[in-house]
Design a protein around this ligand. Sequence first.
Ligand code: AVJ
Length: 388
Amino acid sequence: MHHKDTENTKDAQRKSSYAAVASPTQLLIEFDPVSYPNLKRTPWPNRTTGTENTHVSHTEPATTDQLYIHNLVKREPRAGLAEDVRRGLSTKPKRFLPKYFYDQLGSQLFEAICLLPEYYLTRAENEILERYADEIVSSLEGETTLLEMGSGSASKTRLLIEALLRRQKELLFIPVDISATALDSSSRILLQSYPQLTIEAYAGDYFAGLAELRKKQRSRTLALFLGSNISNFDPDEALKFLHALREVLQQGDALLLGADLKKDKSVLEAAYNDALGVTAAFNLNVLARINRELGGNFDLRAFQHRAFYNEAAGRVEIYIESTRDQKVTIGELDMEVEFAAGEQIHTENSYKYALSDIARLAEETGFARGRTWLDKKEQFSSNLLLAV
Ligand code: AVJ
């Protein structure tokens, strides 16, 4: 049950600052300055009248008509980085959960990955959405709410927002993301571009987000799970996730699922071993994060990035490998960890799909398979699954 869980799980005493500045119609959340050292307390862009600089630091919704970010992690500070790192470094083989990639720096490194020439996924999905967004949204009837799991920078989402706004005047957008900074900045940008939007955001991991979403009724909903975010799930977790997502939807709603397709090993391995080393930085940033947030002393130069396609398992496997025998201490965990030369920490799997895999997943989780769209090179798939 890995994947996303907000970064700002550090104890309350650390999150004294960053009560956001909000104008009367908006409200933001508190950020953890350890996970988000560079978050700026910029005032809201001027889209409202009235007084500025109302205070805030709530976890519960206040009356606001444009944006609210629910911080789910603050409610469960125990299930966090510290505990998962302790556990992950105590098991054999060692492992981390991919959700911990996405602190402020990690989220931005991921945005950089999406621009790499070798990382074809983002461009391929963008090509599909540019071309078919209108067709995709026409599969739903009536006033539609847009829900997105793992929205990140939400740049591809814009294409669907625009398609929906061509047929309705207003739109409620509900993004769920592990990174509170990504949610904050993407929401600000979206609201500036589309004044017709209302955003209700959830900063937390997928399952925490879904648990919250179950509590509320929504109008006709198009859910998005883009970018092959499903790739991080093992098969049983993918089933569990789609089941849970199906539960927050009603019959007649739909899910647009972006899934990277199985393909040539050389293409896949290049995508996860880029020449600039951005993927390596993204991967090793987890060690830097442990140094920053848990008082670790990992020497990043004594570890290296590894990624290869395991064809039998249908997944790219990503590791951090120790280049020598070494000991690392993690102050806040009171922990000393030994690494042998060549020993690895498994940081991520990225599963690749055949269209038949997606069909099976859909059928097992209460969806009927609608249309599938591919990019011209047929590298990536956008699959409409209908809640039945
Ligand atoms: C965000 C899980 C879709 O698996 O391609 C990219 C993450 N890791 N490069 C992927 C990732 C290294 C990405 N997903």
